[in-house]
Write a protein that binds this ligand. Structure first.
Ligand code: MRU
Length: 357
């Protein structure tokens, strides 16, 4: 299977009476099962339990969930439709707090409705559905551009470590951190990927290993606590991860454990890159200290794949994300180019178009 022949991570099926279909990522790697969501609540629940996960993918799912809410609502006039859209977006944005792509996509849906002068409710509904589909299609384009900009980093024979899953499954298609791998692979380059398993929910072992293996890319899984030894033994040339939210100065929130990887990489002088589209930047935050960090249910740490592994009732520490300071990051690969070295001004300049909208 090539990455282009994977089923779509999240998509809209049908027209205005359609629904959202997504890969149920809780079932991978053992089963490839599609999940159908026909109302906003089903989308909220899918995001919450990580059936769909990864910053860009939850943005797309959120936008489609908002479209579902509006299409299912019997609004008789523009004002009540806009009111319902605000309500639905407020509900969806509460499903997961860290990835800014969700809030970004929902804001886009609201702006689409507000900026449309369409008075007729049915036309307004159609344009909201079109906007949600556009958010998906644009994400696919951004990921392909990230792949092109990141590909030169994947030199012949290099060994790259990644954490969590920032691949096709986390985006419309192709991924962010994994996009350079797909482009390099298409160009016949040989290289090796190390995928941290990524406790507690094992996105690296279950998802990154699955999608790279499907695509025929050389991938090796390691437990999170093995990355240091691998680097110490000279086994890693480069690290690339994704991001859930990037502050104006380049501090990056990503899956818990990313910070530890960045610290170890710096200790061994291994370049650490982040790959993310412009929709993952939050220029309203001067640095990473203001990024809201999701804490998840203690049972996700107390057990592994549903099996208890710690004493019942024991206290657990369970942040889902951490913040890697910009000083540990060599560069950020975006759809507009690679930002390196990082700094508030250079980021604002590259994303100027976005920050002024
Ligand atoms: O909890 P998850 O699986 O949604 O966390 C995902 C990550 O941390 C990814 O690295 C990030 O969202 C980037 S996805 C392109």
């Amino acid at each position: 299977m090539t990455v282009s022949s994977f089923p779509r991570t999240v998509e809209w099926v049908g027209g205005i009476d359609g629904f959202v279909r997504m890969i149920d990522q809780t079932r991978l790697p053992h089963e490839l099962v599609m999940l159908e969501c026909r109302d906003t609540k089903a989308v909220w629940e899918a995001i919450k339990r990580l059936s769909v996960r990864g910053a860009p993918a939850i943005g797309i799912a959120g936008a489609m969930g908002a479209a579902l809410g509006i299409l299912n609502h019997a609004a008789s006039d523009r004002a009540s439709l806009l009111e319902e859209l605000d309500r639905v977006c407020d509900y969806l944005v509460g499903s997961r707090p860290t990835a800014v792509n969700l809030a970004w996509a929902l804001e886009r849906m609201k702006a689409c409705a507000r900026n449309s002068h369409e008075a007729e409710v049915s036309r307004l509904k159609e344009s909201l559905l079109a906007e949600a589909i556009r958010i998906r299609d644009e994400d696919a384009e951004m990921c392909r551009a990230i792949g092109q900009f990141g590909e030169p980093l994947i030199t012949e024979g290099c060994r790259v470590l990644t954490h969590c899953n920032a691949g096709s499954l986390a985006t419309a298609e192709f991924g962010t951190a994994l996009a350079p791998f797909y482009v390099a692979h298409q160009r016949g380059r040989r290289f090796k990927v190390y995928a941290d398993e990524t406790r507690p929910l094992l996105q690296g072992a279950r998802l990154t290993a699955w999608e790279l293996q499907q695509a025929g890319i050389d991938v090796t899984v390691l437990c999170d606590n093995m990355a240091g030894a691998l680097m110490q033994n000279g086994g890693v040339d480069l690290v690339i991860t994704g991001a859930d939210r990037i502050a104006a100065n380049g501090d990056v929130a990503n899956k818990i454990g990313t910070y530890s990887v960045a610290v170890i990489a710096q200790a061994h002088r291994i370049p650490f890159y982040v790959a993310a589209p412009s929709s993952t930047f939050d220029l309203s935050l001067p640095d990473g200290s203001g990024i809201p960090i999701e804490h998840r249910d203690a049972d996700e740490v107390r057990s592994c794949l549903g099996h208890p592994i710690a004493p019942a009732g024991v206290e657990c520490y369970c942040p889902a994300f951490d913040v890697t300071p910009a000083r540990l990051i060599r560069g950020i690969i975006t759809e507009r180019g690679v930002i390196s070295p990082l700094g508030t001004e250079v980021i604002a300049r590259l994303l100027g178009e976005k920050s002024s909208t």
